[in-house]
Design a protein around this ligand. Structure first.
Ligand code: GDP
Ligand code: MG
Length: 388
């Protein structure tokens, strides 16, 4: 029998972000190694994080790997995302609920385009606290690393993060993974910074339950399971739920976190829900599981949108009324048509107000963040201001 999940410490969701090859996955593996050597959790090797085997086995590309670990004071679910352009999609969908982030910057390379893009998106989706890991410090020159540190602090400040106050820790994921004591200590220092600098967020436990579906799988003989992070509220075994998008209602007949059964899941938890009587094909990533009657999906909204500049990986040309990009809202990916009102056009680098009509109904509410994408790249980041 599986051991039940026992909630002994506050739970937070964090993740690594930063430019490809700056060492996010190596550092993630190193964190689990350092903690496992101390008897706190299980070592997850690089290959298991980078290749995310359960995802491959399911034949679904979700491009996001979760690991779990505990420090002395907290339990963390940590997501590591691949460093290519698709990162952004996960940043807005899977990672929208990050309580804090570890920005990994190679001390050898400094800030690169994706470093800046991830900071911008983190701000947009409401990640309020960033701890910097200046990685590859084992191979870096001290003076150059000092410059990189200044550069990173400036970048954070430019995006409203208060770069002077942010912890910047020089680490080597690679050497820590190899057990070099100087560098395992650096990973400890990084975790201390995360423990102290990222505050315990307010959890909306009293709000009606809502979980954006990240992934769907079938457990033979038991039924359909959906996974994701609980956005708000709580859910218990036996609770009735709506499956929005599928147009179904169901009952939660199983509840687990990281393979451990639980009786109640709450806002912030990464969970798998077994849903009674839901056919595998009826539910998809992008659907939302919610307390009955608590949300009504809609398709028209107004929003504030920042159109990324070409330098940030965005478009080189303006967008105009009638533009039809993809909107990434929670875990959903929906086409929408844009109305720019009197302005009519928006150039890369501009912040604008728009009205959007989506191709289908999704649960919407003021304050909800989203990404605007086109041809596989992010061209804008926005916030819903009103549902129409
Ligand atoms: P990611 O794309 O950000 O996930 O980067 P990876 O973790 O895949 O690392 C990219 C490359 O950098 C690999 O060849 C790693 O071995 C190397 N690397 C990662 N961390 C360090 C480090 O702390 N020091 C050195 N010297 N190399 C590192
Ligand atoms: Mg990686």
């Amino acid at each position: 029998p599986k051991t039940a999940y026992v909630r002994t410490k506050p739970h937070l969701n964090i993740g690594t972000m930063g430019h490809v090859d700056h060492g996010k996955t190596t550092l993630t593996a190193a964190i689990t190694k350092v903690l496992a050597d101390r008897g706190a959790g299980t070592f997850v090797p690089f290959d298991r994080i980078d290749r995310a085997p359960e995802e491959a086995a399911r034949g679904i590309t979700i491009n996001i790997a979760h690991v779990e670990y505990e420090t002395d004071t907290r339990h963390y679910a940590h997501v590591d995302m691949p460093g290519h352009a698709d990162y952004v999609k996960n940043m807005v969908t899977g990672a929208a609920q990050l309580d804090g982030a570890i920005l990994v910057v190679s001390a050898l390379d400094g800030i690169m385009p994706q470093t800046a893009e991830h900071v911008l998106l983190a701000r947009q989706v409401g990640v309020d606290h960033i701890v910097v890991a200046l990685n590859k410090a084992d191979a870096g020159d001290e003076e150059l690393t000092d410059l990189v540190e200044l550069e990173v602090r400036d970048l954070l400040t430019a995006h409203g993060y208060g770069g002077d106050a942010a912890p910047v820790v020089r680490v080597s994921g690679l050497k820590a993974l190899q057990g070099d004591p100087r560098w395992t200590a650096s990973v400890d220092a990084l975790l201390d910074a995360v423990d102290t600098y990222v505050p315990m967020p307010e959890r909306y436990l009293d709000a009606p339950f809502l979980l954006p579906v990240e992934n769907v799988l079938t457990i033979t003989g038991r039924g359909t399971v959906v996974t994701g992070a609980v956005e708000r509220g709580t859910v218990r075994l036996g609770d009735r739920v709506d499956v929005l998008g599928a147009g179904l209602d169901s009952v939660v007949t199983g509840l687990e976190t990281f393979g451990k059964p639980m009786e109640e899941a709450q806002a912030g938890d990464n969970v798998a829900l077994l849903l009674r009587g839901v056919p595998r094909d009826a539910v998809r990533r992008g659907h939302v599981v919610a307390a009955p009657g608590s949300v009504i999906p809609r398709r028209r909204f107004s929003a504030q949108v920042y159109v990324l500049s070409a330098r940030e990986g965005g478009r080189t040309t303006a967008v105009a009324t009638g533009y039809r990009p993809q909107f990434y809202i929670r875990t959903a990916d929906v086409v929408g048509v844009v109305d720019l009102g009197e302005a009519g056009v928006a150039r890369p680098g501009e912040r604008i107000t728009m009205t959007v009509e989506l191709g289908r109904d999704v649960p919407l509410e003021p304050g909800l963040g989203f990404a605007v994408r086109e041809g596989g790249r992010t061209v804008g980041a926005g916030t819903v201001t009103a549902v129409l």
